[in-house]
Write a protein that binds this ligand. Structure first.
Ligand code: B12
Ligand code: SF4
Length: 550
């Protein structure tokens, strides 16, 4: 076996493709401002920094350029990994690399959750790379040609390395991720963050974060940084120490960046924290609202959201100049028959434009999937959130279990909510409502070239939305209203409008897919009904009812 620890080992790192119809892949919006893909592959950049630094690295992100045979021919060793929706593309890459006799190292969230799916890889490096990559390197040193590495140990974030940001071209991406903490103090039943990263958020030190910002600054990145934590405010005390340090650093560097992150809804309880985030130019926060129904929240253990009237809570965050994007889930065991109307009202009243409506998905290794197994309700092939034609992400692939409410009712409710919230009139009304409430005081100012690109993008967008009768009036009405009443917020309002181009396409795709599912269930119900009518005399009324309820 080749000695891979030699200086010139060529390591090819591949980010496999996500589906274009994923909620998250707003490639059309990227194109408008000259980028190719929303987010850079932070996990793989971190992996590159953990591997022997004498190696020569090349990163191919299949979402922005095709993976070619030449890439694989160039490599001595191939690394690939990712999430559940990338599963089939990762498996295809393993096969492709093997055709060239290249050993493949696999890691990341999905291989960690279900390593048995990836046994075709040569090395399975599971869990946090900070812990398991050294184990893999030790085996390479011993000349082992296969191995599986995992550990109970959690990575010490105060010793985390700076990702190899030099391996990407910043202009290809809309945003660059950094990570401050891992873990979350809450324990929502459907989420595996606690299983993966623990309840006590482990954080980097302020100095580490500032070093990462400095690295990005020195490499030339300007603009959007997404802090990809599970819950940025999971450890409020340390976040409150970090934010003033970032403020000072940003001030002394003329505010090169603005930020977004993901956090729990209790952000709105802490005005001091919101002010601190505003002070460093946080512009977007993603919050898991999940459902407006209290009983369902309680039963799924989403305790942070209980007793929080969504509309007023979210509006408080707007008043600190931060736009809320949110996730909503249908299909909880305890949701009511009125869920569609409740969900529509909640999204409308909170003015959330980027509302990711998904169906409950029992991810492997969650308390939810363990409960469903116990209750005999989890489907056998439940890990089917794959990146093929239709199974893309949570918006299209949920309900991998026997539901409590009739499945067809959940699908119909989902269809109704999706069609209402992504109707152009309703979408641009929410954009208007958000923009009118936003106290938008940006600190980061783009350079001349970027401003020019943004200006051109605005013209392109206005032309595109102006072409269709269904979007022209709601869009222009929104623009005039915001320009007259809160002109400072026109930039975020236009950004949210640009997202409509993706959401329109994505929601149409999802609705077609759900409609097909509903038709299939209806057909099979009809067949069953026909069968029953031929056997009615032998069957009880209860059995018939249960049999028809799919
Ligand atoms: C940021 C994020 C996103 C961003 C991704 C942006 C981007 N391109 O990076 C967005 C918002 C787009 C996103 C979307 C989704 N996400 Co997400 N996301 C995260 C989050 C919060 C952080 C990921 C991250 O960057 N971490 C920081 C890096 C450093 O860690 P890492 O990637 O895990 O890499 C480490 C190890 O895994 C390992 N490693 C990773 N790759 C490899 C490869 C090799 C070869 C090796 C050796 C090691 C290795 O080493 C790294 C260092 O320790 C995680 C939760 C989490 N804490 O991991 C969820 C998470 C990854 N997401 C998840 C899911 C399910 C999704 C969605 C499917 C959800 C949905 N709503 O539909 C979508 C699908 C995305 C799509 N495009 O279609 C799940 C994945 C579960 C699984 N079993 O696969 C996670 C774990 C959250 C959860 N609750 O379980 N997500
Ligand atoms: S608050 Fe978010 S990250 Fe934390 S356990 Fe719940 S869903 Fe997971």
């Amino acid at each position: 076996m080749k000695n891979y620890l030699l200086k010139d080992t060529k390591c090819l790192i591949i980010q496999s493709k996500f589906s274009a119809f994923s909620f998250w892949n707003y490639v059309d919006v990227c194109k408008m401002v000259g980028a190719k893909y929303p987010a850079a592959p932070l996990g793989l950049l971190t992996v590159a920094a953990l591997l022997p630094q004498q190696w020569i690295f090349k990163l191919v992100d299949a979402n922005i350029e095709p993976l070619l045979d030449e890439h694989l021919q160039w490599a001595d060793i191939v690394c690939v990994g990712g999430m559940l929706p990338q599963q089939s593309s990762i498996l295809a890459i393993i096969d492709q690399a093997h055709q060239f006799d290249r050993p493949v190292v696999v890691g990341g969230p999905d291989p960690t959750s279900q390593p048995e799916v990836y046994l075709s890889a040569d090395y399975l490096v599971l869990g946090e790379g900070e812990v398991t990559i050294p184990m893999f390197i030790a085996d390479l040193e011993k000349g082992r040609s296969r191995g599986q590495y995992q550990s109970e140990e959690k990575a010490d974030m105060t010793r985390a390395v700076i990702p190899r940001f030099d391996l990407i071209r910043f202009q290809d991406y809309l945003q660059i991720g950094i990570q401050y903490s891992r873990g979350c103090p809450f324990q929502c039943e459907f989420c595996n963050i606690v299983e993966l990263f623990g309840r006590y958020p482990r954080t980097k030190t302020q100095e580490q974060v500032l070093r990462e910002l400095q690295t990005l600054y020195d490499l030339g990145h300007r603009g959007h940084i997404d802090i990809v934590d599970d819950n940025f405010i999971g450890n409020k005390r340390s976040v409150k120490k970090l934010l003033p340090a970032i403020k000072k650093w940003s001030g002394s560097h003329k505010h090169p960046f603005y930020f977004s992150t993901e956090c729990s809804i209790n952000l709105a309880d802490d005005e001091n924290l919101m002010q601190m985030m505003k002070d460093v130019d946080f512009r977007y926060v993603f919050i898991g609202i999940e459902t407006p129904e209290e009983t369902a929240l309680i039963m799924t253990n989403k305790t942070a959201n209980v007793n929080k009237p969504v509309g007023t809570t979210i509006k408080k965050i707007y008043s600190y100049g931060m736009i809320v994007n949110a996730g909503f889930i249908m299909g909880f065991d305890h949701e009511s028959d009125r869920i569609a109307e409740n969900m529509i009202a909640c999204i409308r009243d909170s003015g959330i434009s980027m509302a990711m409506l998904g169906m409950l998905y029992a991810l492997p290794d969650t308390r939810l999937s363990r409960r469903l197994i116990k209750e005999g309700r989890l489907f056998e092939d439940s890990s089917s959130l794959r990146d093929d034609q239709i199974k893309i992400d949570q918006t299209s692939s949920g309900l991998n279990f026997i539901t409590k409410r009739p499945r067809i009712d959940i699908l119909r409710d989902f269809l109704r909510v999706e069609s209402v919230i992504y109707d152009p009139k309703n979408y641009f009304k929410r954009v208007t409502d958000t923009a009118l409430l936003l106290k938008w005081i940006p600190k980061h100012r783009p350079g001349f070239l970027k401003s020019l690109k943004t200006g051109l993008a605005f013209l392109k967008l206005s032309r595109q939305l102006g072409k269709s009768r269904s979007t022209a009036w709601p869009y222009y009405k929104m623009v005039f209203k915001v320009l007259i009443n809160n002109p400072g917020a026109i930039e975020p309002a236009v950004n949210l409008s640009a997202m409509f181009i993706h959401f329109h396409k994505q929601s149409q795709f999802i609705m077609q897919h759900i409609t097909r599912d509903i038709e299939t269930i209806e057909k099979s119900r009809q067949k069953k009904a026909e069968w029953i009518s031929g056997h009615q005399y032998q069957l009880s009324k209860e059995y018939i009812e249960e049999f028809l309820e799919i």
